[in-house]
Design a protein around this ligand. Structure first.
Ligand SMILES: [Zn+2]
Length: 455
């Protein structure tokens, strides 16, 4: 084991997994994996002469996993403010997604990934739209690889939905979807080299016919792919399900084979207690996106009740058009404050609950809980090092509370993915950030102009 160790990360605290906080600690990594975590004094004498990073005032955690976003929307920050979900899709996100070219897809993904990394995230589930040009997906994968981030690329799927305002360019006939997905997922898997994995992302029940749900569910299960879908973000999902299936959405998904451990339901704001126990009994996962739900006025998802029922919970940021950033630290804070405000009770959720959902929880809902989300021997070395020596964060008595309530991107000092340092002392190691940001601003202006989106 010793010969593989290449780096020792030192901190005043290491949070290796939920319930396990070590003081004066260190994490030793090598060959892209965690070798061990424990007492700083013990590990320094056990592994002499290897590279040292971190130091005093540092807090070491597993990298966060953002389980929901739409990267193309990073070009739409602040656009369409005040619109509710459906007109916002029609006037803002739909025209942008069908007009965007490959370079714009690359740049929008790159700035989204950089923002996520700067907030201590190491892996992002990108929920793409059903771009008619498959080269758009390769452009997004390339952005992950160039920066060195881990990810899932959910390929957008719709076989209906024009009656709900979905642009016909984003709709494919159902019989063409499986062969098309075979092609795109194989290409993502090959290009992604284990760092970026494919998944399927049917947008919502508005974009799925009655016949499509069992076909796509069976496809995902047989190919071991995550099936992620927007679920009950607003009340209309239940109305649409009622018209299509004669029952609300969650029972309809259960009856048509969609609910299982490959299913990742996004949002789940409008939920009955029965819906919640159904999700739990089928072991489906949930991506909670509190900033987006508040931004669009959708409401506060009942994650406290879901957690009590045993639903597997994770956190996401959602697209920047309904959040304005990809900042998982903000999401941690909104997760806790949202539940406390909605339930008028500060004891319903702790800071550690949010950090658990953002790390081990994210890994579990993506069926990667055996390799991601914890700093235990054999786990992937996906690590965030916070430096809390700033006025906003000092003094630190409880580093988890500090992370959730009063840290920011300025505290994220080092980010490691697959054992490689991708952000070092606040600087990206593999890309020219300044150049990409400059190009992204110009490209976003040009896209809005071409797509006829009002600013
Ligand atoms: Zn979304």
């Amino acid at each position: 084991m010793n010969s593989k160790a290449d780096t020792i990360i030192l901190g005043d605290w290491v949070w290796t997994a939920p319930g396990r906080l070590i003081k004066n600690a260190a994490v030793v990594i090598g060959s892209g994996i965690v070798i061990e975590a424990g007492s700083q004094a013990d590990l320094l004498s056990k592994y002499p002469g290897i590279k040292q990073i971190g130091g005093s005032g540092r807090f070491i955690t597993p990298g966060m996993i953002s389980t929901h976003t739409h990267f193309f929307q990073t070009f739409l920050k602040g656009v369409g403010q005040g619109l509710t979900l459906r007109p916002w899709i029609k006037k803002v996100t739909s025209p942008a997604s069908i007009t965007m070219n490959e370079r714009e897809a690359y740049l929008s993904a790159a700035i989204g990934i950089m923002d996520a990394i700067r907030s201590g995230t190491t892996a992002v589930f990108e929920f793409s739209y059903a771009f008619p040009n498959p080269a758009m997906f390769n452009a997004i994968v390339q952005a992950y690889l160039d920066i060195g981030a881990r990810g899932w690329l959910g390929i957008g799927v719709n076989d209906t939905g024009s009656e709900h305002g979905l642009n016909p360019a984003l709709i494919q006939p159902l019989d063409q979807i499986p062969p098309l997905m075979d092609k795109i997922t194989a290409s993502v898997r090959k290009q992604g080299r284990g760092l970026v994995l494919p998944a399927l992302a049917p947008s919502s029940i508005r974009g799925m016919s009655r016949e499509a749900i069992p076909v796509i569910s069976e496809y995902c299960r047989s190919k071991d792919l995550i099936f992620s879908m927007h679920v009950n973000e607003i009340a209309v999902d239940n109305d649409v399900a009622q018209a299509k299936f004669g029952m609300p959405l969650i029972p309809a998904l259960a009856e048509n084979g969609a609910l299982n451990d490959h299913f990742l339901a996004v949002h789940c704001v409008c939920m009955t207690s029965e819906d919640i126990s159904t999700l739990a009994s089928y072991n489906a996962g949930v991506s909670h996106n509190p900033v987006s739900n508040m931004y669009l006025g959708s409401g506060v998802a009942p994650i406290t009740e879901m957690g009590k029922a045993g639903v597997r919970l994770s956190l996401g940021v959602d697209g920047a058009a309904s959040n304005n950033s990809q900042d998982m630290l903000e999401t941690l804070k909104f997760t806790v404050l949202g539940q406390r405000a909605a339930l008028r009770d500060p004891s319903v959720i702790k800071a550690e609950d949010a950090l658990r959902m953002a790390t081990a929880g994210g890994a579990q809902v993506l069926n990667a809980g055996d390799r991601l989300g914890r700093l235990e021997p054999g786990y992937k070395a996906d690590i965030t090092v916070f430096n809390f020596n700033t006025p906003k964060t000092l003094p630190v008595f409880d580093p988890i509370a500090t992370t959730v309530f009063n840290s920011g991107e300025e505290n994220v000092e080092t980010v490691i993915v697959d054992g490689k340092v991708i952000l070092e002392s606040g600087k990206f190691t593999a890309i020219n950030e300044e150049k990409l940001l400059f190009e992204a601003q110009k490209a976003a202006e040009a896209l809005l102009e071409r797509a006829g989106i009002e600013r």
